[in-house]
Design a protein around this ligand. Structure first.
Ligand code: G6P
Length: 367
């Protein structure tokens, strides 16, 4: 009923809008009220004894893992391997000593992810999961289960669970950096106060909904859409493409910007919309030069950046969307919002059912 959707047309819209509130809850759970440490449940994890991370998941949760790889490697200097559960389980990879195996799942019941977890038992030093459903199989079978506290997610395409997964994974990466002596108490406290700005930044991203809706209405007429991003924005490009195909049935693909010239550039013509995710960070100029290669071939570019980025690179754009300026590490969480809203409004424009896309299930509990 309309009531359950809190006045929104779809659960997906409600769940997108809920993100500032649920992330505030997740932050409060791990950070306490005014604290400047990250508290893990139970015995927690001692990252000083860990020398490698293996992350495994499916779907959107897999993209949360791909994003977290950048964080764990950058701030905690831990080598990270990320795999799709259905590949991992049958490849039967060797698990070296000092490996922490990390499983991310909204439902905690995805069959392939659970099988991958069971494969790691007795091989990995510890098994940690990041889950929304606290009583799930994956949570129960882990040494440590970290709740994401997103609340019930009804829309088949994951939204608030994704950004809550990202928030918990970022806190875990910061905690790992601290345990490993790479982040002093003061530096950790600074990162924590940056984390506390997430709800306000997400609200600022949500404030751009009208602009994003207009861009999405244009995208909804396309047959194919390409998403580009570099560094932490590459997984966000993958997530944007996944969301768009899942709920609007528009064929979408994502590439790391640097790979453009190794293939997808052959697809660019005046009919090809290209969504570029590029905050004004250290990689901005590189991504913009890839974007210019698209513009030179008359591709229709939607640039999602912050005001500083848009001021520098607005020539020839088809559409632009301004995100708030934010600390680098938080950018993936903020840029998830326009990725979700583009897909959602494209689906609404096409008249597809955003909450119950054809052929898809919320939780894939059989192989
Ligand atoms: C399905 C859902 C996705 C979800 C994936 C993994 O494909 O449609 O939204 O990301 O399963 O589910 P999990 O519950 O393990 O996160």
């Amino acid at each position: 009923t309309r009531m359950d959707k809190g006045g929104h047309k779809h659960f997906m819209a409600k769940e997108i809008a809920e993100q500032p509130a649920v992330i505030a809850q997740a932050l409060a759970h791990y950070l306490g009220e005014g604290g400047d440490t990250i508290t893990l449940p139970g015995a927690g994890v001692d990252f000083s004894a860990v020398n490698r991370l293996t992350m495994v998941a499916c779907g959107t949760a897999y993209y949360a893992c791909l994003t977290a790889k950048y964080w764990f490697e950058q701030v905690a200097r831990l080598p990270v391997e990320v795999d799709i559960a259905s590949e991992f389980r049958y490849r039967e990879p060797p698990i070296s000593e000092g490996t922490l195996a990390l499983f991310v799942s909204q439902s905690g019941e995805t069959a392939d992810t659970l099988a991958a977890l069971r494969y790691c038992k007795g091989k990995a030093d510890s098994i940690v999961s990041v889950v929304n459903v606290a009583e799930s199989s994956i949570a129960r079978e882990s040494d440590l289960a970290l709740p994401i506290l997103a609340g019930v997610e009804v829309g088949v395409a994951s939204t608030k669970a994704f950004t809550c997964q990202l928030s918990v994974l970022l806190m875990l990466a910061l905690r790992a950096a601290h345990d490993r002596g790479l982040l002093e108490d003061d530096a950790l406290a600074d990162q924590i106060s940056a984390l506390r700005s997430l709800p306000a930044l997400l609200n600022a991203a949500l404030d751009q909904e009208d602009t994003i809706r207009r861009a999405a209405q244009n995208l909804s007429e396309a047959r194919d859409v390409l998403f580009l991003g570099r560094g932490q924005m590459y997984p966000m490009a993958l997530e944007g493409a996944l969301k768009l195909k899942e709920i609007s049935y528009i064929h979408a693909e994502a590439y790391a910007s640097g790979e453009l010239k190794h293939g997808p550039i052959a697809l660019i013509d005046q009919n090809m919309p290209v969504v570029v995710l590029a905050p004004r960070d250290a990689l901005f100029d590189k991504t913009v030069s890839n974007m210019q290669e698209v513009l030179a071939r008359k591709g229709k570019v939607v640039l999602i950046s912050d005001q500083a980025g848009l001021d520098e690179a607005s020539d020839g754009l088809w559409q632009s969307v301004a995100m708030p300026a934010c600390p680098d590490l938080l950018a993936p969480i903020i840029y998830a919002v326009p990725a979700q809203l583009l897909a959602y409004h494209a689906a609404v424009a096409k008249g597809t059912d955003a909450d119950q896309p054809r052929n898809l299930a919320k939780s894939v509990t059989v192989e």
